[in-house]
Design a protein around this ligand. Structure first.
Ligand code: ZN
Length: 443
């Protein structure tokens, strides 16, 4: 007996650059996993049914780098360069955050993720107990890391990161994984990075870090350490565990060779990087050298949305533009960055990222009866280049229905919107001398 039967959907299958659609198929779910995909499965074999004729079933999308609670800061730091973005806006405002603010900000972000078809998120922030609580309630799958900075209290910070891993790793029925999250080589000393790496090895977890976001960061690293941020991270031992490098807009050839050899994955966040004008990861070059690349959003203070269809669309357009070649990053590969490749980046291949028997039932159903989606000459092209987040109708994670007919079932949407609005004004106050960290100004 199946727990749930999705009936009559067109089912998207991605394999490399190839995309296939299984027309009007059934997808059966048992014990949180995809138990069968077939042209016909008798309704009598399942306890519950979802009628999905006319809809497209896709694997749940994966956001490989986010700071979801920053949904509270959406739109507060616009049209400013990255130094001012950090030093004048984000880091001063973040000192206002209480754990309850982070909880409600995370729920706002999680609601947006579900509504845009994202079922897995890699989140990097502080106050992560509140984020983990929100993820456990909302029902998504997540890789969570507590952001760590160097400073006089760095030993205590690392201990807190460790405590978080021990408390939340494997929680929520295994939906939550917990890693260590040193912020970046420009905010963490090499010796602190080495301590974090040693702790990650001891705990048997991975590391999620920001690397080489801007050309200035690379230049400053060369001036301070005689090497790139990638080389600093490698020498500190960060790549001796599963590692996820966010942004990586400015790797040199040696960096790319190191990332490929050490199996470091990259989370590219094209909208944030375009908006801050700091350069975007050379995704096709990285992939050609064997580096796994997923897509992320970063926080809503820079990205303004957590929509991974938008991220896939942007990176496809950007890479075609950068390379001057329309054949670069074809539809299947661009969609894979937000699904199967994202799963590989988070070391969740074999768990999620595709609609295959045996994988988790992380499934999204999209409506295609909007004017912007018709006619359906090429359903995959419509998904990548025409679909909107509001086309997402139904979302399941591990077989649990989180949204149906666009109604959120695990999150009290009205209350989240009310709480976010209530907290917004206080959070944007900026007081002299208060900031989480300071971003190094270029010479
Ligand atoms: Zn980030």
């Amino acid at each position: 007996m199946y727990d749930l039967l999705i009936h009559g959907a067109d089912i998207l299958q991605i394999s490399g650059a190839d995309v296939a659609i299984l027309p009007e198929h059934c997808l059966a779910i048992a014990n949180g996993r995809i138990a069968a995909i077939a042209p016909a499965i008798s309704p009598g074999l399942a306890r519950e049914q979802i009628e999905a004729r006319g809809m497209l079933a896709i694997p749940g999308l994966i956001n490989s780098h986010a700071h979801i609670a920053m949904a509270l800061f959406r739109g507060v730091a616009e049209d400013v360069p990255i130094e001012a973005w950090f030093n004048d806006f984000v880091w001063p405002m973040e000192t206002n955050l209480t754990e309850e603010d982070i909880y409600w900000g995370a729920l706002l972000g999680l609601a947006e993720l579900i509504e845009s078809g994202v079922t897995t998120v890699a989140d990097h922030y502080f106050g992560m107990d509140a984020v983990a609580r929100a993820v456990a309630e909302a029902g998504l799958r997540a890789n969570l890391a507590w952001t760590l900075f160097s400073g006089p209290d760095e030993a205590a910070q690392l201990a807190r990161g460790t405590q978080f891993v021990e408390q939340w790793g494997g929680a929520a029925g295994g939906r939550i994984r917990a890693w260590l999250g040193p912020h970046a080589p420009y905010t963490c000393t090499p010796s602190f990075l080495a301590s974090v790496a040693a702790e990650a090895r001891r705990l048997g977890v991975g590391i999620h870090i920001h690397l080489s976001e801007t050309a200035d960061q690379v230049a400053q690293s060369r001036a301070a350490h005689g090497k790139t941020p990638v080389a600093v991270a490698r020498e500190a031992g960060l790549f001796s565990v599963p590692a996820l490098a966010a942004h990586l807009a400015h790797p040199d050839e040696d960096d790319i060779a190191v990332l490929a050899a050490d199996g470091v994955a990259v989370a590219s966040t094209p909208k944030t990087e375009m908006k801050l004008g700091i350069g975007v990861a050379p995704v096709t070059t990285l992939r050609a050298h064997g580096v796994t690349v997923g897509l992320g959003s970063d926080g809503a203070a820079s990205n303004n949305s957590y929509d991974m269809l938008e991220a896939a669309r942007l990176i496809a357009l950007l890479e075609k533009h950068r390379c001057g070649d329309a054949r670069v990053l074809p539809i299947g590969e661009a969609l894979a960055l937000a699904t199967s490749e994202g799963a590989r980046a988070l070391r969740l291949a074999g768990v999620t990222g595709a609609l295959q028997e045996g994988l988790a039932a992380d499934v999204v159903l999209l409506r295609r009866n909007s004017t912007h989606a018709q006619p359906l000459h090429n359903p995959a092209a419509t998904l990548l280049y025409s679909a909107r987040a509001t086309d997402v109708d139904t979302v399941l994670v591990a077989g649990q229905v989180l949204m149906r007919g666009r109604k959120l079932l695990t999150i009290d949407r009205r209350r989240v919107l009310r709480e976010a609005a209530r907290r917004a004004t206080r959070l944007t106050r900026r007081r002299a001398g208060t900031q989480i960290a300071s971003y190094p100004e270029a010479e």
